[in-house]
Design a protein around this ligand. Structure first.
Ligand code: GDP
Length: 290
């Protein structure tokens, strides 16, 4: 059962409910306080934690414990369901020919994630190819080219040419015969107007099936604002949370996902092209509470 995978801290919190014949307000408050602490430590947005606490409390006290369930199981189910409402089931990127546009701030892990995705589709038997339209960050071209060569994935880029839109146009023609076309775009330290403009032009010219926002798990509270700006500009179809192998638990990124009504497709768990996992809500929730 999914709930068996929930983290130790939640399990500990819920031990308070062991033996409780009925659920009283004090017990529920205790449990909710523990959950709040865990979520705030994981960088989940304070407002969201408060809303969540309120719903859990209300439901735990108001809803009848279903037949065949003890109070503890009842509360676990409510906590899980409320967290699921925020985290979502995840975005399923289909295994079929398509165009994917990568977006995100500089340093978020966009270029690395591009190679991870190429490897993912390759492993599933599709033929991916990659375009480097990050003409802003020095080294991005060489980094992506090297990664693609190591995977034997066709790569298109024009080193030194700042015309990202032109590169995408020519690149798409060049890699036309491949199944999955992945476009890595420029990120900067913050969302400046010229970046937005370039992103919108690349979006218009490439008509991607998916626009994946890469968010660093450690981004914290600024994540929501950034994600909203990307979403308002070209719309986000899914999120990749990178660097979840580190200490960050992704609560800031999760808050951003909720703020933009998008959902998580993949998580990055290391620096190599192999380090990509499909998003699994229960594991993610467990990590947030851990
Ligand atoms: P970009 O500027 O968004 O293209 O970022 P890069 O792809 O160059 O990544 C920035 C740094 O983060 C690099 O040192 C990557 O190796 C590292 N990185 C990216 N994804 C992950 C990840 O999932 N885990 C870890 N530990 N490092 C990552």
């Amino acid at each position: 059962m999914v709930m068996d995978k929930l983290s130790n801290s939640l399990q500990d919190a819920l031990k308070k409910l062991v033996g409780a014949g009925r659920i009283d307000e004090r017990t529920v408050n205790d449990v909710v306080k523990d959950i709040q602490r865990a979520l705030l430590q994981s960088d989940v947005n304070v407002k969201m934690v408060m809303q969540l606490s309120k719903s859990i409390k209300e439901r735990a006290l108001e809803e009848d414990v279903p037949q065949g369930m003890n109070p503890r199981e009842h509360v676990i189910r409510i906590v899980y369901e409320e967290l699921m409402k925020i985290v979502g089931e995840g975005t399923d990127i289909p295994l079929k020919p398509q165009k994917i546009m990568m977006i995100g701030l500089q340093g978020s892990g966009k270029t690395t994630t591009t190679s991870k995705l190429a490897h993912y589709f390759q492993r599933k038997g599709l033929k991916p190819a990659v375009i480097c339209a990050d003409t802003f960050r020095p080294g991005a071209y060489q980094q992506l080219k090297t990664l693609c060569e190591s995977l034997n994935v066709p790569f298109y880029g024009e080193e030194g040419n700042p015309d990202a839109v032109g590169i995408v146009e020519r690149g798409l023609a060049e890699i036309d015969k491949y199944d999955v076309k992945i476009i890595d775009t420029a990120g900067r330290h913050s969302l400046e107007n010229d970046l937005i403009d370039e992103m919108e032009r690349i979006h218009a010219i490439s008509s991607p099936d998916y626009k994946l926002l890469v968010l660093d798990a450690g981004i914290g509270q600024q994540a929501s604002e950034q994600a909203k700006a990307f979403n308002d500009s070209i719309g986000i179809s899914g999120v990749v949370i990178s660097k979840l192998d580190g200490t960050a638990k992704g609560g800031g990124a999760m808050s951003a996902v909720a703020a933009t009504d998008s959902s998580i497709a993949f998580i990055g768990v290391g620096e190599t092209p192999q380090d990509l996992e499909k998003f699994e809500a229960d594991r993610f929730i467990s990590r947030l509470l851990g």
